[in-house]
Write a protein that binds this ligand. Sequence first.
Ligand code: GDP
Ligand code: IMO
Ligand code: MG
Length: 429
Amino acid sequence: MTLTIVVGAQWGDEGKGRIVDLLATKSDIVARYYGGDNAGHTVTVGGEIFKLHLLPSGVVHPHSIGLLGNGMVINPATLLDEMERVRKAGLEINPDRIKISHAAHIITPGHIALDGAREAARGENMIGTTKRGIGPAYNSKVTRSGLRMEDMLDPEAFKEAVYLHIKSVNHQLEKLFGADVLDAAAISKQYQIYAEKLSPYIIEVGEFADQALKKGSIILAEGAQGTLLDLDHGTYPFVTSSTPTAPGALVGLGLGIGSANRVVGVVKAFQTRVGEGPFPTELDGDLAVCLRGTGENDWDEFGTTTGRPRRVGWLDIVLLRYAVRLNGISELALTKLDILSGLESINLCTKYRIGDKITPTLPLGPSNLEGVEAIFEDLPGWKDDLTSIRTWQDLPEAARGYISRIEDLLNVPVKIISVGPERSQVIQR
Ligand code: GDP
Ligand code: IMO
Ligand code: MG
């Protein structure tokens, strides 16, 4: 059995796509297990940049099969667009290569309209969602009124179901939010066309994955979002509506306990977050601009999905300790180390002061971080450009010191160090 789970250890955008692309070289199958097109995963190969929202990042490798698991919420319009973009880049997209779970849920314009209306109604308490309809689609799922991919297999009945769903959303939009209603007839007709196009891709993904593992295939489960955005374990309510943490890979693909034998936690060398919510090590001013960039490089900290500037801060070991424990992380992949070059010194948050107590862990999880004070260790920075370095020995002493300190504090090895967005810009230990 070889199932490796790649999970975001922070608030998303850690560089999961980049690390999945690297690990996909030695995998047969790459599978997304939760989330939807709120995700934006970037893969850079030979200067060509792929931005993937629903297809697993591994599809960039011609040999790999891509699975979309039952835990996902899928906007068929985004998926078909993405399939077309990837096809135009010269990669094959067909039902032999891409397989979608019959039990994944479907996002409609109704869910997107509700996402917008709910955010507007929250006013100052908005979550800062990606407005992709994610929360409302999972809401339909848990209230057992959702549309599933298997419903597409009967396009005529599916059309009728979409029509009734939009009618019901319209009722909410009008009565609860005073918002504009949607054209149920036009949307249901459009969704029938999507159904005809996507039907050939729909299978029982859990069975396929299980059989593949038994035959000796290597599966890479690609997390979206990040640990601190997990619905149960994140900075609630400023979270997404699914389970991006590693155990979600089993539920979200339909695999049994015991299938996974390796959990790679992807960590950015500093901390970022988009959207609202607490952020104990957040920076502003010149240092923030230094970490975020100004938007001229593709890798600067502006959202892949929404273009919003990301909030930035120092690496937070208290939150990372929590992520290591929750996910059962066995090794770390550290990304964007190159961005720290040029700083005089680097702060690392190792503990929090809460009232008059100092603590290395979270007494009640991360949902109540307002008012905690980050306590920092001050480590020396380095001037050298790291982007051409390919071995541990060639890294400046201060950069090695920073990584070794992270390993000591977390008691987990950093096995992959990324020093640029390009596939080759990496140090493997
Ligand atoms: P994901 O959502 O976790 O897959 O991450 P995103 O793709 O949203 O954001 C990560 C950004 O950082 C992308 O633009 C990547 O190309 C870029 N990136 C990843 N690793 C590195 C790195 O080591 N150095 C630099 N400079 N950029 C990186
Ligand atoms: P990847 O996979 C960063 C954030 C949103 C918002 C919160 C809820 O690229 O790392 P949602 O639309 O999911 O209801 O929004 O979650 N969020 C992400 N932040 N990276 C992501 O995905 C995210 N997906 C959702 O910004 O704060
Ligand atoms: Mg992203």
